[in-house]
Design a protein around this ligand. Structure first.
Ligand code: HEM
Length: 493
């Protein structure tokens, strides 16, 4: 039953971006990085003993700027830049440099080498320095959030934001909230099919999943429903969704221009306007919550709440800082989950046997109308394997980045100076046949404990949520949303 219905949903999966994280992916927009390794800063060859010369960046091969432009715009890789990782690895091997004028990006494309970079990331890891996002905040006097902050202050913010986002006991307390959103999504899908889809089709499922993810993350962060899944989506919400898309689109353009001319290009104005709207919505929610808390205190009522209430009451951050962080969390928490769900539904629609196996697992743990809880999810390994396999084939962040801001580091047999920008080619590694046999096939079983393949996997073969202390802040909430939706969607389809 689940099976036929999924095929008919008319999936159109297209968005693949996560809060600017894939900036180094195409290697293009890294051109304006302040302080990133310049070619002339590291051209020396270090002699480590009399006879053996230490290899450096100079000894690496790789495409010139013209060649990369040719790949992107003539060979057509612009819209599938992640595929370029695979092609370039074939040509240059697992470690190569891409040159953009004075800027050099070092591409790293095996699990072992990625592990080496990440294990040397230092106390305050930096992905990229996001100069345009930071500039906007400076101009408007907003605080940086977890995506844009760096150094000790980043660590301070993360230590405040982490517990209620990542600790299992806190995350499982969001189960009912997320389940309410799932219920509304299921009703909306049924309504859309009846009113616009001849009883069968949902015409733009990715858009609907986007609304689900937005509603889900807002309900966790702000403890408030936004009405994205109502029959009429509120105008402000619709505008927020449009602004997120605009901001990402313009972000990729602005970074191509030198920093000094940003204020004079029309794109900058539009970019700032998109951010203004995102901050405006968050600010309204924060103000509303503050007024609510004051009212409760005034009435001597006990103040209860989850994420935002906790941040406001804990007094560890200023309101400006809370606003900066909440806005970035909101931004990072929508496309990511919605795209992953869309791809997993697409695979389930294509492979009825996998769909059936999932269905059997879900009804075994939750027979009849029982709504799954987070404890139930713990007994659904196949459901989790489906999400893992989806994230291997369609990673939200196909290419992550690290800047080694603290020390020079050795990767493979090359020494790299401080401030080298490493592009971690997760996409290429996810399709590496030596770790993932039959890599292009959707095979969730490979993630099941005890499977032959699982024991051979490399821990850095697929790291969809990143690694270490700078790893994804929303991982647990995202997983909760994805598991609850996938396990319940059977009821409606
Ligand atoms: C399928 C869902 C998601 C995936 C695959 C994903 C993946 C990632 C990855 C790969 C990173 C970079 C980690 C690193 O550099 O090591 C990241 C960072 C981040 N993610 Fe997610 N993410 C998802 C959902 C979410 C959600 C729902 C939120 C918000 C609630 C979120 C908030 C963030 C934030 C704030 C960061 C930056 C953390 C920092 O720099 O300290 N993500 N995510």
């Amino acid at each position: 039953m689940l099976r036929k219905s999924l095929v008919s949903l008319g999936l159109r999966v297209n968005r693949q971006q996560h809060a600017g994280i894939q900036t180094a992916k195409a290697g293009l927009n890294a051109g304006n990085h302040a302080g990133i390794h310049r070619r002339d800063a590291a051209t020396t060859t270090t002699v480590i003993n009399d006879s053996v010369k230490q290899k450096t960046m100079d000894d690496l091969g790789g495409p010139s700027l013209m060649s990369t432009l040719n790949w992107l715009f003539v060979k057509g890789y612009f819209k599938k830049a992640q595929q370029m990782q695979i092609e370039h690895r074939k040509i240059y091997g697992p470690l190569w440099k891409s040159t953009f004028g004075p800027l050099v990006v070092v591409n790293v494309a095996t699990a072992e080498l990625i592990e080496q970079v990440l294990r040397q990331e230092g106390r305050h890891p930096v992905r990229t320095d996001m100069p345009h996002w930071r500039r906007y905040r400076e101009v408007r006097n907003h605080a940086y959030g977890p995506l844009t902050e760096m150094g000790a202050n980043w660590q301070r913010i993360r230590s405040i934001l982490n517990p209620r986002m990542l600790k299992p006991k806190h995350v499982s307390s969001y189960t009912n909230t997320v389940n309410d959103v799932v219920t509304d999504f299921i009703h909306r899908v049924a309504w859309l099919r009846d009113t616009n889809g001849g009883g069968v089709m949902v015409n733009d499922l990715t858009e609907e999943l986007y609304k689900f993810a937005f509603e889900g993350i807002c309900s966790v962060l702000f403890e408030t429903r936004m009405g994205c899944l109502n029959e009429e989506v509120p105008e402000e919400t619709q505008k927020f969704i449009v602004s997120v898309g605009e901001m990402f689109r313009l972000s990729n353009i602005i970074i191509l221009f030198p920093k000094r001319i940003w204020p004079y290009i029309p794109f900058w104005k539009q970019f700032a306007a998109a951010w203004d709207h995102l901050f405006k919505i968050s600010e309204e929610m924060v103000q509303k919550k503050m007024a609510q808390i004051q009212q409760q205190v005034h009435l001597k009522q006990q103040v209860e709440g989850a994420y935002l209430t906790h941040l406001l009451l804990s007094d560890q951050m200023t309101v400006t800082e809370i606003l900066g962080s909440i806005t970035e969390l909101l931004l990072a928490g929508v496309d990511t989950t919605s795209n992953t769900i869309a791809w997993s539904l697409y695979q389930l629609a294509k492979i009825p046997e996998i769909q059936e196996q999932l269905y059997q697992e879900v009804i075994r743990v939750c027979p009849g109308d029982k709504v799954p809880t987070s404890e139930d999810i713990a007994h659904m390994p196949y459901l989790k394997a489906i999400i893992r396999e989806t994230l291997r084939l369609y990673p939200v962040v196909p290419g992550n980045a690290r800047l080694n801001v603290e020390n020079e580091i050795v990767v493979g047999d090359h020494l790299f100076p401080k401030n080298t920008l490493f592009h971690l080619c997760h996409y290429a590694v996810s399709y590496d046949e030596s770790f993932f046999p039959d890599a292009h096939s959707f095979l969730p079983d490979r993630w099941l404990r005890g499977s032959d393949e699982r024991t051979k996997q490399h821990p850095f073969g697929s790291v969809p949520f990143g690694f270490g202390i700078r790893a994804c802040l929303g991982r647990r909430v995202a997983e909760l949303e994805m598991y609850l939706l996938l396990s319940r969607v059977k009821a409606s389809l």
